[in-house]
Design a protein around this ligand. Structure first.
Ligand SMILES: C[S@@+](CC[C@H](N)C(=O)[O-])C[C@H]1O[C@@H](n2cnc3c(N)ncnc32)[C@H](O)[C@@H]1O
Length: 296
């Protein structure tokens, strides 16, 4: 059966193109607060940009904390909209990593996963047991800087490496209801081997190789395997998956391959061609692109 895919070039803090309760699953990964590669994008909010200017002058911890809070306030607007668009019992899967940063010589952890759980619970989501995505490639660091060398074998000043990211899982409302023997649902069943692997808490999977060109590097895309597993675990064929931070289009491609419809939002118009290239697939589908003007 052909599926339908919408890519909206615009800011997902507002998603007027989507009716409330019309999406069955969210699979996404936002820009990570306090990870340097996303600093510039967060600065498109004038309040954050002003706070960075202040930090450059005074280099104080309180201002850094304000920046962190403001970044999460920006993401929270999207989480509110995702809640609205989800159906009763729909699941939101949010891939996020924690961050570390030093200010005036003081090392700090920014536990993004904990902040997103707090925010989503306030919005009304129920937090479900989550997945730890272990990336085997990261090397241990000493004092958050170089690799472990010499003194790295001496206690007590080394830090544990952040070599896991989180795939947070939330549900809106109560469990979804289906007719007994619902055909689409039964057609979407996974195998015992898949269930045993996918529903365990640690997934050891390599990250996407950040080779290719500049455009692909700046999306920090997740592996297709992650999007595919989540889609097969938490949605039924022919349903609709939303990614409010589409990046290079990985979620759309995974939806397409697995007979789900999709909607994706991406604020960076330059990524449209990358998205088109990625989903150029043999499966029958229609692609509708909406370019909002202005993007907000
Ligand atoms: C971590 S990347 C997503 C990568 C994606 N999972 C993939 O596999 O390519 C986050 C993306 O969200 C986009 N973005 C950030 N804020 C946005 C917003 N408010 N609305 C829409 N897109 C946004 C960024 O431009 C970036 O491409």
């Amino acid at each position: 059966m052909p599926t339908h895919h919408r890519v909206i070039i615009g800011n997902s803090q507002k998603m007027p193109e989507i009716e409330s309760g019309s999406v069955q699953l969210i699979v996404t990964s936002p820009p990570y607060p306090m990870i340097a590669m996303w600093d510039e994008q967060f600065k498109s909010d004038p309040k954050i940009s002003e706070l960075w200017r202040k930090l450059d002058v005074c280099a104080d911890e309180a201002t850094l904390r304000q920046i962190y809070d403001s970044m999460h306030e920006n993401l929270a607007k999207v989480w509110v909209e995702t809640y609205r668009t989800l159906c009763e019992g729909g699941i939101a899967c949010i891939n996020i990593g924690d961050a570390t940063r030093s200010i005036a010589g003081k090392f700090q952890l920014f536990p993004n996963h904990a902040r997103i759980i707090e925010v989503c619970e306030k919005i009304g989501f129920t937090t479900l047991p989550y997945i730890l995505w272990k990336k085997p490639t990261n090397k241990p660091k000493y004092n958050g800087k170089g690799a472990f060398l010499g003194s790295g074998f001496l206690p007590p000043n080394a830090y544990v490496t952040l070599d896991c990211e989180f795939i947070l899982l939330f549900r809106k409302g109560s469990l979804r209801r289906f007719e007994p023997k619902d055909k689409q649902r039964y057609d979407s069943a996974f195998t015992k081997a898949q269930r045993d692997e996918w529903f365990s808490q640690i997934w050891t999977l390599k990250g996407t190789r950040q080779t290719a060109n500049d455009i692909e590097r700046r999306t920090a895309s997740y592996p297709e395997e992650i999007a595919e597993r989540l889609i097969k675990m938490f949605s039924v064929k022919n349903e609709t998956v939303l990614d409010p931070f589409l990046g290079s289009g990985t979620t759309t491609k995974a939806a397409l391959k697995n007979d789900r419809n999709s909607i994706g939002y991406e604020v960076d118009a330059e990524l449209l061609q990358t998205i088109r290239n990625k989903i150029d697939s043999a499966k029958v589908h229609t692609l509708e692109v909406v370019e909002r003007r202005p993007l907000i």
